[in-house]
Design a protein around this ligand. Sequence first.
Ligand code: CTP
Length: 414
Amino acid sequence: MSGASGKRVLLVVGGGVAAYKALELIRRLRERAVAVRVVMTRAAAEFVAPLSAASLSGDKVYSDLFSLTDEAEMGHIELSRAADLLVVAPATADLLAKMAHGHAGDLASTLLLATDKKILVAPAMNLRMWLAPATRRNVETLRADGIAFVGPREGEMACGEFGPGRMAEPDEIAEAVVELLAGETSLPLPTQAKPLSGRRAIVTSGPTHEPIDPVRFIANRSSGRQGHAIAQALREAGAEVVLVSGPAGLPDPAGLETVHVETALQMEAAVARALPADVFVAAAAVADWRVAAPAGHKLKKSADGADPPPLELVRNPDILAGVGLRASGRPKLVVGFAAETERLVENAQKKRAAKGCDLIVANHVGEGARVFGGARNEVSLVCAEGVEDWPELDKGELARRLVAEIARRLGPRA
Ligand code: CTP
């Protein structure tokens, strides 16, 4: 017993002189314990009697896409799903063209388009049709689509010419069927191209911690939730993402690279290492200042002089401005955040220009509004063309909406 025993083949018979050999193929397959169900094109029924195919296969022959009984008994999708493999023999030039271009005007072509199984074709046609540039292109397309071919062979043809175009012999086709049935015959669903496939993104997120001494630091209340949600949404949209995260205490999102940093200087260096990128999103709440000279040891109360100790602060580099104002290698799209209590649009526009951003996600902060820690966020999107006020959104929804805007602005990949 072969590995093909008990498997089911759906045999599509095209309209050509070689259709008579399809009857022989049914026998060869059944000898190998393969069940065969036959679909005939209208033209095939001119060459061989459906009744012959029915008696050889021991099953009803299907041919009409709109036959109500067939649809009631078994939809056309079901018909191809119930098989382990689809075989087209003979595959005429017309059937190959329909397959290559995704036509679905009759039952045979519809089944071939709708199937989730592998397809084996045995072409048979006049040699000039086989060698015609259009057929060459169609065959190339079908091979690239993963369609398996058996034949055609060289030989004398019904039309009297000699050359390639003759259908492979039923035994050879049956052997090719057995070989294919031994492997995986289900096809994975074609992957949908994602809007940011092939794009690279860098996202900063979370707070930074600026050390005072080995145990103390200056920090802020950023939770990192919005930045992490944006990194994840970019990933889900197909981008390759590097997330540069301050100490946020959140799990690393799956499917992307997370670089953990503590300080603004470390975050700046990690972003520089992750460049170049197509898009940079600065969602981190970077500490504006750091302690000029952090102590190398834990500061003791009233030990060496001043108590409390004076803390000299120096300005941290602006990471967003550093990327947005780059002379060369600037990402195509640079997105910053701003938290404003008053004159939101005016201040955000100034910030946008000063830091070389394309977009600023401006948070309304004021009486009752929360920026940090919450699950929701209410923002305005500020860009060169103006302002768009977004409703209050869950941070995940806001991230997806921002990523849709990023994808729209980046456009399709060149
Ligand atoms: N940013 C940065 N590096 C800094 C400071 C800020 O990358 N050293 C980025 C933040 O990630 C954010 C934006 O710049 O995208 C915020 O700019 P900032 O000037 O800090 O604005 P606000 O937080 O609104 O603070 P303020 O206007 O009070 O200065």
